[in-house]
Design a protein around this ligand. Structure first.
Ligand code: NDP
Ligand code: MG
Length: 385
């Protein structure tokens, strides 16, 4: 593979750190020129990463940390920048590959700026698709880019969905681990803290997505993400609980065949797939040993204990800005849960009440529509806290 220019948005996060590991494993400076690395609070790590790969520019989204970043990069020749405008500018610099791994709706505008470049968009930030799916996909397409999903389920589906057979797809089957509270009653879930909710049984991920996995809001977002990525009808998106997280997702075809992608619970497989695409690279991940696995279990999801799944169905049915509303309300409720201001079960209750309160579901015709819907959902959610 020849030298390619790559930017990593959200470099200091869980996906970002794994991406830099994959870049190093795939040849580092022999294979890649790193354009922009971005972070927010963790400027010490950001500066260290930028020096290790000799990035062109390092950006923190947090303006107050500019001087720390600048000082840490003094004498290196690496540009330091800070603030939302600088983040969007750096994200838009020409690159052949962008890893979009900022967490939450905060990632939408920087990722859109990167999408305008064309090139490969390795998308981890699912909120881009949940909030602004049609717009985001149109932006990538108009720029002549290629959208590759990093989210393990969607990456799995991408791997087994032959575009030539698209018309024969009957169902997209997303697997869900069920999270740490898979067997909990609602009474047991009522008192859990962020500390227990973040302990995912199989995956090591950022704080917010780990808690979203426990509430199954992560799967709810992934249902909307799948609908946009694979352009299927809402009732073609199915969820099945699979506690071992070995089958990363499946596609069911009209002839009765079901194709699945399997692998270890290590994001470097999906990240490496996107960075090596259309080829495959060696990845230093654990190999599956089927004799040791012995058993793979599947069970129906329980929407009574995990109402997030039901809310996702509603968002899919409403379309338009419903995804932005679901996500905006969820982000506010999640922050409140992390801060100890809201109970675990109250997260879904808050989102449900916000969705019920929305009088109309405008179409998501422009970025302004999406941003307005997101803001309204956040305001309504905050009022309920
Ligand atoms: P982390 O919380 O670990 O990292 C988030 C990154 O975004 C960090 O670099 C963080 O900077 C940065 N960031 C935080 N807030 C802002 C902001 N307001 N503006 C700009 N940058 C900001 O998240 P993950 O790596 O776990 O997840 C990233 C995305 O990938 C999410 O959308 C998640 O849903 C998705 N994803 C993650 C998976 C995983 O395995 N982790 C799997 C599938 C999808 P800093 O840390 O310096 O503050
Ligand atoms: Mg996932």
């Amino acid at each position: 593979i020849s030298h390619r220019r790559i930017s990593v948005l959200g470099a200091t996060g869980s996906i970002g750190v794994n991406t830099l590991d994959v870049i190093a494993h795939m040849g580092g400076p022999e294979a890649f020129d790193v354009v922009a690395l971005t972070g927010a609070s963790n400027v010490a790590l950001l500066a260290e990463q930028a020096k290790a790969v000799n990035a062109e520019v390092a950006v923190t989204a947090d303006e107050r940390r500019y001087h720390d970043l600048k000082a840490a990069l003094a004498g290196t020749g690496i540009e330091a920048a800070a603030g939302r405008g600088a983040l969007i500018e750096a994200a838009g610099r020409p690159a052949d590959i962008t890893m979009a791994a900022i967490v939450g709706m905060a990632g939408l505008e920087p990722t859109l700026a990167a999408a305008a470049n064309g090139g490969v968009m390795a998308l981890a930030n699912k909120e881009c698709l949940v909030s602004a799916g049609d717009l985001f996909i149109a932006a990538v397409r108009e720029a002549g880019g290629t959208l590759l999903p990093v989210d393990s389920e969607h990456n799995a589906i991408f791997q087994v969905l032959d575009p030539a057979q698209k018309r024969a797809v009957e169902r997209i089957i997303l697997t869900a681990s069920g999270g740490p509270f898979r067997t909990f009653t609602r009474e047991q879930m009522a008192g859990v803290t962020a500390e227990t909710a973040r302990r995912h049984p199989n995956w090591s991920m950022g704080l917010k997505i780990s808690i979203d996995s426990a509430s199954m809001f992560n799967k709810a977002l992934e249902m909307v993400e799948a609908r946009h990525l694979f352009n299927v009808a809402p009732d073609q998106v199915e969820v099945i609980v699979h506690p071992q997280s070995i089958v990363h997702s499946m596609v069911a075809y009209a002839d009765g065949s079901v194709l699945a992608q399997l692998g270890p619970s290590d994001m470097r497989t999906a990240i490496g797939y996107c960075l090596a695409w259309p080829f495959r690279a060696h990845m230093p991940v654990e190999r599956l040993d089927f004799a040791k696995l012995a058993q793979l279990d599947f069970e129906a999801p329980d929407e009574a204990r995990f109402p997030a799944l039901r809310l996702a169905r509603q968002a899919l049915a409403h379309a338009g800005v419903a995804g932005a509303v679901l996500n905006g309300a969820k982000e506010v409720a999640l922050d409140a849960f992390i801060d100890g201001r809201l109970g675990f079960l109250a997260m879904a209750e808050t989102v449900e009440r916000v969705m019920e309160a929305m009088a109309t579901w405008p179409s998501a015709a422009s970025l302004a529509d999406v941003i307005a819907a997101d803001a309204e959902a956040r305001e309504r959610a905050r009022a309920l806290l």
